[in-house]
Design a protein around this ligand. Structure first.
Ligand code: SF4
Length: 413
């Protein structure tokens, strides 16, 4: 159990029956998820919109919030970013044009119930269908609603068999649901089985536990993860308010144990859709040795249109970060294309004109600056034939088709 005392949130008033040791026990938190309107009304002054949202989405999407995460809510403001991510509103009950049950087309690339194999050298491993908090912007809500039934031992065995049989898979992302809802013993079985597969080089775990259930990151869990290194944690902080002493201590325990922690933020309208919020979040993450990795455009999952931002908003945020703060605090802005097209990343346009002898750029401050191109353009690496002479495992992408760059006439973001 973590040695830190709970320092944040008004939990004693809302859970007078809980002892401090209950509060710091992730299993207690998981057993006491807030699942109903009445549960939530104990914590916050629910608005009519939230009450309607809870009722009208009940049949479609799960509701569940750890007492810890609920304790971070601003009881008086419906615009609290924690509240907006965890409590449904009426708009969530509506499926808007273009929204999809399976927004990333994962079911088209799902050879077994627990594997999504969409990219050449890596797979998504669905370990379970449950989470400590059911995020209102969840991409995989068709699974986390439990529609498909639990992913049991047979599904996990089939998934392991698939990875064993596919030698091109060098990277496994364990997700779900949230894999850290599994016990150490169960997670350890999956990690050990994956680690025993020689072609699996790295394992990633996608989890919101450091954000919504930081007491899950116990010393024992850190030892388990370190044992199966290289294991990367990919977490999901969306707002600086989530970086409580408990949450940052959880991240630091992981990093201290040799587990790199990367963060993926989802851009959510009126939650974190300003450069100031994202910059503050990323700078604070770095202070705790967590690397901002992706800033995701929200996917077109059912019922989340009210939380989606225009693509342009993400570009404008990036424009206000690049150059103005450390490069480490500037994430990749990614759009996962609807229907299974895969991720693409976006950048503001800095290259204005491509010429034979020079390329014209716009600096982050808006100055126009020329970069002289070299005379020699042959970029082959002759020593590769020596260095890679016995290597038959080249998973590299095929050479790009010859692309004609367009000339940007104006400095749009
Ligand atoms: S923790 Fe991840 S899988 Fe679970 S509800 Fe949130 S976004 Fe979805």
């Amino acid at each position: 159990m973590p040695s830190i005392a709970p320092q944040y949130g008004n939990w004693r008033a809302s859970f007078p029956e809980a002892t401090e040791s209950d509060w710091l026990d992730w299993r207690w938190q998981q057993r006491h998820l807030l699942r109903t309107e009445a549960d939530l009304a104990r914590m916050v002054a629910l608005t009519d919109d939230e009450r309607a949202g809870i009722r009208e989405t009940a049949a479609r999407f799960r509701l569940g919030i750890t007492p810890y995460y609920a304790s971070l809510m601003d009881a008086a403001s419906p615009f609290c970013p924690v509240r907006m991510q965890a409590i449904p509103v009426r708009a969530e009950a509506r499926v808007s044009e273009g929204e999809l049950r399976d927004p990333l087309g994962e079911d088209l690339h799902r050879p077994t119930a627990a594997i999504v194999h969409k990219y050449p050298d890596r797979v998504l491993f669905l370990a379970l269908d449950q989470c400590p908090v059911y995020c209102r912007h969840c991409t995989r809500r068709r699974i986390t609603h439990g529609d498909e039934g639990a992913l049991g031992r047979d599904a996990i065995a089939d998934a392991l068999g698939y990875v064993r049989a596919h030698h091109e898979v060098r990277d496994v992302l364990i997700s779900g649901g949230d894999p850290l809802v599994l016990t150490d013993a169960r997670l350890g079985e999956i990690l050990a089985a994956l680690r025993a597969i020689p072609h699996v080089e790295i394992i990633r775990i996608g989890t919101r536990a450091p954000v919504v259930l930081p007491m899950r990151v116990t010393a024992e869990l850190c030892v388990l993860l370190r044992k199966h290194a290289p294991v990367f944690m990919v977490t999901h902080f969306n707002h600086p308010k989530e970086l409580t002493p408990e949450a940052t201590a959880a991240c630091e325990r992981l990093v201290d144990a040799g587990i790199p922690v990367e963060n993926q933020t989802v851009l959510l309208r009126r939650v974190n859709s300003r450069a100031r919020t994202i910059r503050d979040l990323n700078q604070r993450l770095l202070r705790h040795r967590v690397r901002p990795y992706y800033l995701h455009q929200a996917d077109v999952a059912e019922g989340i249109e009210h939380l989606r931002t225009p693509i342009r908003a993400g570009l404008e945020i990036l424009e206000q970060l690049r150059g103005w703060t450390s490069g480490l605090a500037v994430p990749h802005l990614a759009v996962d294309l609807p229907g299974g097209g895969g991720k693409v990343t976006l950048q503001p346009h800095y290259a204005l004109e491509f010429g034979e002898r020079s390329t014209l750029f716009r600096s982050y401050k808006g100055d126009r600056i020329e970069y002289p191109e070299p005379v020699e353009t042959d970029c082959a690496c002759p020593y590769d034939d020596v260095y890679y002479k016995n290597d038959r495992t080249d998973h590299a992408a095929p050479p790009p088709r010859r692309v004609r760059f367009s000339v940007m006439k104006e400095s749009s973001p």
